[in-house]
Design a protein around this ligand. Sequence first.
Ligand SMILES: C[S@@+](CC[C@H](N)C(=O)[O-])C[C@H]1O[C@@H](n2cnc3c(N)ncnc32)[C@H](O)[C@@H]1O
Length: 321
Amino acid sequence: MLADEPRNEVFREAIVRQAPGATVLEIGCGPDLFWSLCATDAGADRVVAIESLDDSARRAEKLARDRAPGLISVVPGLSTEVTLAERADLCIAEVVGCIGGSEGMARVIEDARERLLSPGAQVVPHRVHTLAATVCLADLMPDGPGMSESVVPYVESVFRSDGGFFDLRMCVGGIGYDAIRSTAGDVEDLRFNDGELRQSGELRLTASRPGGVDGLLLWLDLQGRRGGEHLDTLATQTNWLPVYVPLLAGEQLSLVPGDVVELQVSCELSTDGVHPEYRFAGTVRHADGRRVPVTAESLYGRSAFRQSPLHEALFGADGAR
Ligand SMILES: C[S@@+](CC[C@H](N)C(=O)[O-])C[C@H]1O[C@@H](n2cnc3c(N)ncnc32)[C@H](O)[C@@H]1O
């Protein structure tokens, strides 16, 4: 992640502009204390850095002592559970998921505004906008979907720690705008400095190319600060890979330009009260008048196993894994 220069540029530019003289809170500093050190280098007055993973917090504490003695305090724990002596006027939080809010950032920032930040405090990133369009994975991967070898141990560890199998959220690398088959629409719009954290609504995708459709592709448009450059993760490859969400319909979907996929997006917090679960339900409206009901979901918690053709291909008895 530290080598993800497009991501880094968005955060760095926003921090360097806003940190001088500020009291800073970093939520999720990780072991490398990357953005807290960037803030002190840029002239922040002082920084409190919270990290929920014990080992990462310990390593961050050591770095703070070595690199910025007296300027950065590392607090182990979850930001939603710690109490701090002072409110901050700049908050840095790289808790952005491949679906922008999927790591729980909306709830984390709401809580920080209530308890840890001064009124009017600025948040970096300023905006995380998640977009969607239709896609046909079967056409993109004619030999069938596969997992890169580097991902396999991670997937196994998720199943092990969860005590069972379920349909994991899947990302697709190496694709761009030429993969999508419709206009793009809004799934989620998190404007952290405008008090607008929208995670539901209507998605209306008009087919722009003829052919099969088997899922939605979700990606991010991210802004570090108000007025700053946008990072579009479908145009520029970053660690936030586009997410593929299978569309479930009673038939194979084949669309012509002008056909419309209308979906209601809903988002509920999972049982941990932080991580959202996204559900899509609606209709494909064919230009010739036919209507086909469709659903899709991208959940945080345990869900069904091998429910979609993608997961069947990846994890089925005859699948790749
Ligand atoms: C994506 S990493 C980012 C690490 C580093 N800030 C960077 O940008 O390279 C997110 C980090 O936030 C931590 N984290 C997530 N939610 C948190 C929360 N609510 N409070 C504290 N730490 C959190 C995770 O443990 C993880 O180390």
